[in-house]
Unconditional design. Structure first.
Length: 314
C-alpha cells in the first residue's frame, strides 16, 4: 500500500553533493550484530567530516543480515545520527524479496530517513531494463514521499544494464527517483546519466568507485559513496582531492587519487575482510565479517599493517 504522499517536484533540493560513507556492520566475537558499536562509528565519521551514511548496503553485508537485524540497525543508526545536526541517513532496502524490500522502505519512512536505495534482486534477476524498472517502481511507490536511489553495482548483482537506459525508462514512471548510486567503472555511461534530463530534471549521480573519483568529478558527479570514506587516515586525502579539483589544481588532485588507488589495491590484495582490519588499525574495532566473507589471518593483518606503514597511512 502506498503512503499516499507524493514527493515535491523539486527533487534537486534533496541532492547530495558531498562524500557519503557506506559503513560496515559491526559484529561481536560470536557473530551477533554489535549495535552498541554504531555510536563510535558515527563519531568516527563526524570527526572526519562525513555527514551522510548509506547503511545496510554492500559494505554493510546486507545480504548476510536478517530482516530484523536490518530493521534494528536502521533504528540504531537513526537514533545516533539525530544527535548530530544535519547528519543524513540513506537506508538501503534492496533484497531478493520485493515484498520485504517494501516493508524495509516503509520502516525507513517511519524513521524519517532522508532517502532509501535499492539494488535489484540478485537470485532471480531482472532479464531486461523494463523488468528492472518494474522492480524498482514496486519498492519506490511504497514511499512516494521519500527520495529513491537505484543502487547500481553490477559486479555483485549481475544486472549489467546501461544506466542511461534505466533512467530513460524509469524517469516517467518513478516520480520519486532522485538518482543513482553508481558503483561501476563505466564512465561513459555515468557521463550520459549526468547529462540526462527528464522534463528539465537532472538526477543526483553519486559515484561509488572510490579509486576513480577524480574521473567522475570531471564528468560532473554530484557526490561520492564508498567504503574507503570510513577510514580515518583516508579522508584527508579525499578532502584535498575534492578541494583541489574544484580549484583547478589537477596535479594535487591526481596525487590524492593515487593514495586512494593504493588503499583499494590493499582491498584487492587481502580480500573482503580488509576494511574492518583497516578500521582496527585506526582504533575502531568492528569485529570480523560474516561468512562467506573471509576475515584476515593474523599474518595477513600484520602484513597489512606493514603495507600501511610503507604507504605512510599510519
Amino acid at each position: 500500500m502506498s503512503d499516499g504522499s507524493p514527493l515535491a517536484t523539486n527533487l534537486d533540493q534533496h541532492f547530495i553533493r558531498s562524500f557519503v560513507a557506506a559503513p560496515p556492520t559491526p559484529f561481536t566475537k560470536d557473530g551477533a550484530v554489535s549495535y552498541e558499536s554504531v555510536a563510535k562509528q558515527i563519531e568516527n565519521l563526524k570527526s572526519t567530516g562525513i555527514r551522510v551514511a548509506f547503511i545496510n548496503g554492500t559494505t554493510g553485508e546486507s545480504m548476510s543480515l536478517t530482516y530484523q537485524e536490518r530493521i534494528k540497525l536502521a533504528e540504531v543508526w537513526n537514533e545516533q545520527r539525530l544527535k548530530i545536526p544535519d547528519f543524513k541517513l540513506i537506508v538501503h532496502v534492496g533484497t531478493n524479496s520485493l515484498e520485504e524490500a517494501k516493508q524495509l522502505s516503509l520502516h525507513a519512512k517511519e524513521l524519517k530517513a532522508d532517502a532509501i536505495a535499492a539494488m535489484p534482486p540478485i537470485f532471480f534477476k531482472p532479464d531486461n531494463v523494463q523488468v528492472l524498472v518494474q522492480c524498482m517502481s514496486f519498492i519506490a511507490s511504497a514511499v512516494p514521499s521519500m527520495p529513491f536511489y537505484y543502487y547500481h553495482i553490477p559486479s555483485m548483482t549481475g544486472s549489467r544494464f546501461r544506466m542511461i537506459d534505466f533512467l530513460t525508462v524509469a524517469a516517467p514512471v518513478i516520480p520519486n527517483l532522485i538518482g543513482i548510486k553508481y558503483s561501476d567503472s563505466n564512465l561513459m555511461d555515468f557521463g550520459e546519466c549526468i547529462d540526462f534530463r527528464y522534463q528539465g530534471r537532472q538526477y543526483n549521480m553519486l559515484f561509488g568507485s572510490d579509486e576513480m573519483l577524480l574521473g567522475a568529478l570531471a564528468l560532473g558527479a554530484h557526490g561520492a559513496v564508498g567504503s574507503t570514506y570510513n577510514i580515518p587516515f583516508m579522508m584527508p586525502y579525499y578532502h584535498r582531492l575534492w578541494e583541489a579539483y574544484f580549484k583547478g589544481d589537477l596535479k594535487t588532485a591526481r596525487k590524492q587519487q593515487k593514495k586512494s588507488r593504493a588503499v583499494v589495491d590493499l582491498y584487492i590484495k587481502y580480500g573482503g575482510g580488509t576494511l574492518k582490519s583497516l578500521m582496527l588499525l585506526c582504533g575502531v574495532d568492528l569485529g570480523q565479517p560474516r561468512l562467506p566473507i573471509k576475515p584476515l589471518s593474523q599474518e595477513q593483518y600484520e602484513n597489512l599493517k606493514k603495507n600501511c606503514q610503507q604507504l605512510k597511512f599510519i
